[in-house]
Design a protein around this ligand. Structure first.
Ligand code: 13P
Length: 251
C-alpha cells in the first residue's frame, strides 16, 4: 500500500517559540492519528533544528520548505540539502507555487533541487498545479504534464520511487476555495498515468500524491476518500494543532 502522508507547510509563519509550542501540541494530540498516517511538520529553516529535537523518538517527521539547487559554496542566503539533512529533517518541499511565482523557480531548476534532495536522502515533495486562468481555459492537464515531465522525467526509476508529488491548484491555495474531490481525483489519476507512461505502472502505483489547497477538517474526509489521493499538504490549517490533527484523522 502507498504511504499516506499529512504534511503541514507552515510557510513564513511562527517564531521559534511559537513553532515549538505548535510542535509539542501536535505530538501530544498525534496519539489519535492512525499509525498508518505519516505526519510531517514543515517549519521555516530557523526552527527545523529545535523541532527535529522535539520530534526525536516520536513518529512525527520534519521537513524544509525549500533547498538550494547547488551543493555548497558562494550562494549567500541559500540553504543546501546537505545542511537540511544534517539537522535531522527527512523531507523537503520543492517547487511550491509561491516559490515558482515570487522566486522565479522553473521546472528545470526544480529538477536540480530534487536531485540535491535525493542525493542527501531527503524525500522531495514536488509541487505542481495550475493557475486560475489555466483551469478556466481548460489547460490544466497540459500545464501539470509539463511541470511533471520537465522536473521528473530525467530521474531514474529508483529515484522516482522516492519522490512524493503534491497537486496544489494555485487558485485553491489560501483562498478558502478547495478543489472538489472529483477535480482532485481526476488530476491525481492523470499525474499517476503520466508517471506510469514514463516509469511504468509499478512505480506510478507506489508513489504518494498529496492534495493541497484550502484543505481543512470540513473537506479532508471527502478529498482523502478518493483512490488516487494519498494525503494532504496543508497550509493555513496546519498552524492550528487541532485542525491539523483532525485533517490527519480524516482518512
Ligand atoms: P492552504 O492550505 O493555506 O490553502 O495552503 C496550501 C499550501 O500551499 C500548502 O503547501
Amino acid at each position: 500500500m502507498r504511504k499516506r502522508i499529512v504534511a503541514g507547510n507552515w510557510k513564513m509563519n511562527t517564531t521559534l517559540a511559537e513553532g515549538m509550542e505548535l510542535t509539542k501540541s501536535v505530538i501530544e494530540k498525534s496519539i489519535t492519528v492512525p499509525k498508518t498516517i505519516e505526519l510531517v511538520l514543515i517549519p521555516p529553516f530557523t526552527s527545523i533544528n529545535e523541532i527535529t529535537k522535539l520530534t526525536k523518538g516520536t513518529a512525527v517527521k520534519v521537513g524544509a520548505q525549500n533547498c538550494a539547487e547547488w551543493v555548497k559554496g558562494a550562494y549567500t542566503g541559500e540553504v543546501s540539502a546537505t545542511m537540511i539533512s544534517s539537522i535531522g529533517a527527512t523531507y523537503v518541499v520543492i517547487g511550491h507555487s509561491e516559490r515558482r511565482e515570487f522566486f522565479n523557480e522553473d521546472n528545470k531548476m526544480l529538477y536540480r533541487k530534487i536531485k540535491q534532495a535525493l542525493e542527501n536522502r531527503l524525500i522531495p515533495i514536488y509541487c505542481c498545479g495550475e493557475k486560475l486562468n489555466e483551469r478556466e481555459s481548460n489547460k490544466y492537464f497540459e500545464v501539470v504534464e509539463k511541470q511533471v515531465s520537465e522536473s521528473l522525467f530525467e530521474l531514474t526509476k529508483e529515484q522516482m520511487m522516492q519522490v512524493v508529488i503534491a497537486y496544489e491548484p494555485v487558485w485553491a491555495i489560501g483562498t478558502g476555495k478547495n478543489a472538489t474531490s472529483q477535480q482532485a481525483q481526476d488530476m491525481h489519476a492523470f499525474i499517476r498515468t503520466t508517471i506510469a507512461k514514463k516509469f511504468g505502472k509499478e512505480v506510478a502505483d507506489s508513489i504518494s500524491i498529496l492534495y493541497g489547497g484550502s484543505c481543512k477538517p470540513s473537506n479532508a474526509e471527502e478529498i482523502f476518500a478518493r483512490p488516487d489521493v494519498d494525503g494532504g499538504l496543508i497550509g493555513g490549517a496546519s498552524l492550528v494543532a487541532d485542525d491539523f490533527i483532525a485533517i490527519a484523522c480524516s482518512f
